[in-house]
Design a protein around this ligand. Structure first.
Ligand code: XMP
Length: 327
């Protein structure tokens, strides 16, 4: 399985039958590779790591140790969903680490976007390595590498850093059960492994999470406004049949305030920006135009339900010139 390449003539996995055949084949290969040893996996709750987890639970059960690090920048309900799906339903051996304070303390006062990204990435590896050191007898590290990651790293477009830059003394053999799959195939396989559709077909979410949607220095109150407004947006997209149709949609709460009025009193609060975009390759994106009714409803809900927000703005800028994320 290591360094396995996608055969040129491999049929695209588009049907439950093809997915089942792939799963059966990989489970046999995983059992042969892992034997009775233990495997470690950083389980973010994203599509790729979730599918890898579900596959390994089927193949080696309790020999898989999943570590879910909550860096405090996840969307509303995400850590709970990981625990409910993997620990409660799939009976996985799951270690949940709430490292929110650690991350937010390190990020306090940091305004530079790239420094924020570096702190989040570096701290993530530290927390994961600390958990790994507490465990005995781990020989394998599972990763949700997929075929485009391999192709992009070979083409020099993107460093393939799924291995996460663990310290040199932590040497594990890699287990990559979805490395020859394209993203759409990973989703079909995930569904057949019994993962919820909301997990398998979810929109892309950046590694630094809500941290890049809380521009400038992250504060807990503004981060909460991002999280709550994002949850409302997702709920309304789901209710209005836009989930799974629109490529990516989220809210941003910038670090400036403006004057407003509520219940006859002056307010001085943040605006909430809504961004909803479509794309195929993320190099160029177009804006999803929402109906007037939905816009009015979103404004009403966000203004009345999210503390600290007194204005809702819509970002109608394509990429280029604007990137998808604000930082
Ligand atoms: P941009 O902002 O570059 O975003 O137009 C393109 C796509 O990439 C996602 N994105 C990231 N994903 N780590 C990630 O894992 C990051 O640091 C990051 N920055 C942007 C973004 O959400 C969009 O889908």
């Amino acid at each position: 399985m290591i360094n396995e390449r996608r055969p040129d003539d491999m049929k695209r996995i588009t049907t439950p039958e093809l997915a089942d055949a792939f799963i059966e084949e990989q489970i046999a290969a995983l059992r042969a590779q892992i034997g009775d040893k233990k495997v470690l996996l950083a389980l973010s709750g994203g599509v790729d790591s979730s599918v890898v987890a579900a596959m390994l639970i089927k193949a080696v059960g309790q020999q898989l140790v999943c570590v879910h690090v909550n860096h405090g920048l996840l969307r509303k309900g995400e850590p709970e969903q990981v625990i409910s799906v993997f620990r409660d339903q799939m009976k996985a051996n799951l270690i949940y680490v709430d490292a929110t304070d650690r991350f937010l303390d390190k990020l306090e006062g940091v305004t530079d976007p790239e420094t924020k990204r570096k702190i989040i990435g570096g701290e993530f590896i530290e927390v994961f390595a600390e958990e790994a050191r507490k465990l005995d007898g781990i020989e394998f590290l599972a990763q949700g590498t997929i075929w485009p990651d391999i192709l992009e790293s070979e083409a020099g477009i993107k460093a393939h850093h799924n291995a996460g830059g663990l310290p040199d003394d932590m040497k594990f053999e890699l287990v990559e059960p979805v490395r020859i799959l394209f993203k759409d195939e990973v989703r079909v396989v995930g569904e057949r492994l019994g993962l919820p559709a909301g997990m398998v077909y979810r929109q892309p979410f950046p590694g630094p999470g809500l941290g890049v949607r809380c521009p400038g220095a992250i504060t807990r109150d503004r981060l909460e406004a991002v999280r709550e407004s994002d949850a409302i947006l997702r709920e309304e997209f789901s209710k209005n049949g836009l989930e799974g149709k629109v490529w990516q949609y989220f809210t941003v709460v910038p670090d400036f305030k403006s004057t407003g009025v509520k219940d006859g009193k002056r307010t001085f609060d943040w605006p909430c920006i809504i961004r909803a975009i479509n794309t195929t390759d993320v190099m160029e994106v177009t804006v999803e135009h929402l109906s007037d009714e939905l816009i009015d409803h979103l404004v009403k809900r966000i203004i009345s339900e999210v503390p600290g927000i007194n204005r809702v703005l819509f970002d109608y800028t394509p990429k280029p010139p604007a990137t998808v994320e604000y930082e």
